[in-house]
Ligand binder design. Sequence first.
Ligand SMILES: [Zn+2]
Length: 179
Amino acid sequence: MTVQRTNTSRVISDVNQIAMAWAQEHAGERLGTKWYDGETSMEPSEKWPVSELVRLAIRKIMTEAFSKETSMSELTESIRAASGFTKEQSRTVAETEGSLAMCHGNLAAWKRTGIVKSIKWRKSSLHKGRDVCDLNANAGSIPLGQAFPSGDEVPPAHIGCCCCPCIAELNEPKRTNSV
Ligand SMILES: [Zn+2]
């Protein structure tokens, strides 16, 4: 994933550890649901059904992608080989599952440390035209853990969404009474 540009930074490698931990538990969860058809529902998809075996294979591939340097084309090819999806579908899965793990990994880390008060939705310049991400970006600072207008706590709001969450405000540092 993004390991290439980050492996000298301990902070970012911690985030990749967190993305990896998220991927291990959740990657592929939305595959085979209507969310992947462009709807908000997590009901099973009739257009693009995905077997449990394929879901678990992709979960493993995504988890490994965060553990070592992996390019998007390698990741796409691994997903294609494991799933029988087309190249285009595999690319969509690679990008979407990568984004889910990165953003939700961040969210989990921010919640755990308790230092982040509110976040903003930074809209990706790759969005063509207006969509729900404009509403999310226009909403400004949202307290951590609350949903943006799309119903999501962090991006992606839909497949192909390359938006990022960013910290808006930090909590006041807690005074530590050393014992
Ligand atoms: Zn977006």
